[in-house]
Design a protein around this ligand. Sequence first.
Ligand SMILES: Nc1ncnc2c1ncn2[C@@H]1O[C@H](COP(=O)(O)OP(=O)(O)OP(=O)(O)O)[C@@H](O)[C@H]1O
Ligand SMILES: [Mg+2]
Length: 211
Amino acid sequence: MANIIAVLNPKGGAGKTTISLHLTRALKEYGSVLMVDSDPQGSARDWSEQGGGELFPVVGVDRAGALKSTIQQISDSYDWVVIDGAAKLEEMAAHAVSIADLVIIPVQPSPLDLWACESLVGQIKQRQIITDGIPTAAFQVSRAKKGTSLAKEIRDVVKEYDLPLLDGNIHDRTIFAKSLSEGLTALDIEPNGVASFEVLHLTKQIVRGFE
Ligand SMILES: Nc1ncnc2c1ncn2[C@@H]1O[C@H](COP(=O)(O)OP(=O)(O)OP(=O)(O)O)[C@@H](O)[C@H]1O
Ligand SMILES: [Mg+2]
């Protein structure tokens, strides 16, 4: 049975697809991987097509009701399944929360972005009560501008939610966007670059949580 990680945030442009693709790529070092594109916009599927589908398989699920059954059917064949969430689709997110072992919530470092996660955090907490703490969940700062420190007010909002904030930021870096436009990831273009380091740091924290 695969470890299932859902990357969710109802806010558009939070960095869900960028983080999902990079995380899936990095998880290849830890076993077989599958990415599930739950966004009808199909960004991850477009990315896969652009790269000739060579790095890892991406399957699309456009109906919320089909997410769970699709993943249940295939998850025995993989070690890691990463679900790229869709903005605004609450029902899809609810299904993802119900099947995930871990939810990563990428947030841009602004209180407004964090407040937008309130209902998602509520869904996660409700689920945790029913299923004995599963899924675990954590915030990941995404698209942080270089040279800016995480403001105290952001830490305060995170504290209110009572979910952990992963260590280290994913910064706003051209290579994240550029690599994806080529059907690749930063790990393929600059494996020893700072962007790759950020992704690997995130990945290690996640893998450690499953040990
Ligand atoms: N760390 C980053 N550095 C630079 N650009 C980024 C970064 N993360 C995301 N972007 C860019 O920001 C935009 C939105 O990112 P992305 O598509 O990953 O967000 P999303 O949460 O999946 O959006 P949606 O809700 O529309 O699915 C894209 O143009 C992407 O290239
Ligand atoms: Mg997306």
